[in-house]
Design a protein around this ligand. Structure first.
Ligand code: AGP
Length: 592
């Protein structure tokens, strides 16, 4: 994962680089560092978050060129030696790296044979030395980068400074994102546009296997053969990528409360005058296919379970795969499968790996993503944007609801049966009501479970899919171990774990499953479980903890997910943890 930034010619490089790293720390926050040129390369780095780095980097830096990095450790523990920037043995090359070099051990052996030694355990330090090795033997920095691109296997986005070229920054990209921001008399680089949007709205997105040279007034990009590439300028607006908390204490809370406007925006984007505006060719491809495959990770995988069921109800056969599983045993069921990838970030490495396999097998693909211009957005055959606005909190909330909503609309459009539009409009006031009036009841459950180590979520059908997402959300931010179990599966094993006072949170929002779910509640209560029920009016009983007005049952992930998200949020706040940046995680999982 990791976030990288760099600037040339900017009047206050310290401000851009440190604030930029703060903006990018959703990508990792184990350790952070900066490097700049002032009569030689100077480096400041340490373990800990960017806030700590801000304390150790001098205020009065004089330089034209600076790079920075915030790390999510892959090779080597988070310690000072492994923290970026990394400098080569002869101090010629200093760089920041996002990605994973797969053949770093072979490259390391090669460099050892050339009398190089290493101060840390990272693959990135090896890249700095490889560039230096070629540079010292041939004295041509651009050619050294090209040679490295042939040698290195894996993913990298690199911002590089060379002590012999204090006015130039060098870049290289493969598999990890890198964006250039163009200013007037200054230029930036970063892992995404968010650190730069305050200062420029003009961007250049690099493709894989491209490298280049940036000065304060120019940008040159080359392909792997060294041929100069003409890049187009892309305009982005500040609203779509602003990290402003808008008065909220945390991004997670802000993003949960943006769910209603996210649904409205999707309806405005994909429906005009009661008719769907989806690309006709895409709809035809979906209609003509005899099987729809979904591939995704984490929360996005959970939305594929709901979306897949929507298509199945319209008579389509589907399969849903976890990207990191499918990639190592790829299958293409059916005679004419159509493949839908889902990714909030559009940069998830496991999914990019899958896309490579899909392309090698000559299949088309559709990506549902929140990030226009991301790797998956640019490289899939079709793309539908989630229009959820930037999601900063590591825990995905509004993007999940956007994914499910968009899949409901898409399935409906394929079936030529625009019923979902009316249903989605009808649940908007209900979500507003949950968000304005239900918090005290949710907090009661949060207080009751916050000291528990383990708990279970139960549901059936759509409520089971919702339980899976509720469980993931709770565990990733509150560190309470939780598991989602389909009601009917309880007695096939998991009920053995129910003891006196084990918390069991149950969703019963679907009248088709209410009866057996009540049976499941009796079963766990008989073993001492403490049960908390979230039900709809139609199937509620007097003792249920939260009762929601009735709505079309297939939309439980759109409506009741807010309750699950608030619950995870409040438990975490009560426990005093960092809800937006849970330990060991990063927003964009750009390593496999
Ligand atoms: C969500 O809360 C998680 N942080 C995580 O599971 C996430 O959904 C997963 O990493 C997939 O990310 P993507 O949607 O950006 O591909």
């Amino acid at each position: 994962m990791c976030g990288i930034v760099g600037c040339l010619g900017f009047k206050n490089p310290r401000e851009y680089v440190l604030n930029g790293l703060k903006t990018l720390d959703y990508r990792g926050y184990d350790s952070a560092g900066v490097a700049y040129y002032n009569d030689g390369i100077r480096i400041y780095k340490d373990v800990g978050a960017v806030e700590h780095l801000m304390e150790i980097v001098p205020q009065d830096i004089k330089t034209e060129i600076m790079i920075g990095h915030t790390r999510w450790a892959t090779h080597g523990v988070p310690n000072v030696a492994n923290t970026h920037p990394h400098i080569s043995k002869h101090k010629k090359i200093c760089l920041v790296h996002n990605g994973v070099i797969e053949n770093y051990e072979d490259v390391k052996k090669f460099l050892i044979s050339k009398h190089y030694d290493f101060y840390g355990d990272t693959d990135s330090e090896i890249v700095a030395n490889l560039i230096e090795h070629y540079y010292l033997s041939e004295n041509d920095i651009l050619d050294s980068l090209k040679k490295c691109m042939f040698v290195l296997k894996g993913s990298y986005a690199l911002a590089i400074i060379c002590s012999d070229y204090p006015d130039e920054m060098f870049i290289m990209k493969n598999g990890s994102p890198l964006v250039i921001g163009k200013g007037d008399g200054f230029n930036f680089v970063a892992s995404d546009a968010s650190p730069m949007i305050k200062y420029t709205d003009a961007f250049i997105e690099l493709n894989d296997q491209e490298y280049g040279r940036i000065t304060k007034n120019s940008v040159e990009v080359f392909d792997a053969n060294g041929v100069k590439v003409t890049k187009k300028l892309i305009k982005k607006d500040i609203e779509s990528i602003s990290h402003d908390l808008k008065g909220y204490p945390h991004y997670m809370l802000k993003e949960i409360e943006e769910i209603p406007q996210t649904i409205k925006r999707l309806l405005e984007t994909y429906v005009k005058d009661g008719k769907y505006t989806f690309d006709k060719t895409l709809l035809n491809k979906l209609k003509e296919s005899d099987h729809i495959m979904f591939i995704a990770c984490g929360t996005s995988y959970h939305s594929s379970l709901v979306g897949g069921r929507y298509f199945e109800h319209y008579g389509k056969s589907t399969s849903k795969y976890i990207a990191s599983e499918w990639a190592f045993d790829p299958v293409f069921p059916g005679n004419k499968p159509f493949i839908i990838l889902i990714s909030q970030s559009g940069e998830t490495a496991d999914l990019i790996h899958c896309l490579k396999i899909i392309k090698e097998n000559n299949y088309e693909s559709l990506i549902l993503t929140n990030t226009g211009g991301s790797t998956l957005d640019r490289n899939c055959t079709y793309s539908l944007l989630l229009h959820a606005g930037i999601e900063v909190s590591v825990a995905s909330t509004k993007a999940y609801v956007a994914q499910v909503t968009l899949l409901a609309l898409l399935a409906d459009a394929v079936a030529d049966n625009p019923k979902v539009i009316e249903d989605l409009n009808s649940v908007l006031p209900l979500i507003d009501e949950i968000q304005t009036s239900y918090k005290p009841k949710i907090m009661e459950i949060a207080n009751a479970i916050k000291k528990k180590e383990h708990l279970f979520y139960l549901g059936r059908s759509y409520d089971y899919f919702l339980s899976m997402e509720a469980s993931l959300k709770l565990k990733e931010v509150s560190y309470i171990h939780s598991e989602a179990i389909p009601g009917g599966e309880l007695k096939h094993g998991p009920i053995a774990l129910i003891e006196q006072d084990t918390p069991v949170i149950v969703f019963i929002t679907d009248h088709h499953t209410a009866l057996p779910m009540r049976g499941n509640i009796r079963e766990v209560q008989a073993r001492g479980a403490k049960v908390y029920v979230i039900a709809t009016e139609r199937v509620a009983t007097e003792t249920d903890n939260i009762v929601v007005k009735n709505y079309p049952y297939y939309l439980s992930s759109v409506v009741v997910s807010s309750i699950a998200f608030y619950l995870a949020y409040y438990v975490t706040i009560e426990k005093g943890y960092n809800v937006d940046k849970p330990r060991n995680l990063a927003k964009s999982v750009t390593v496999e």
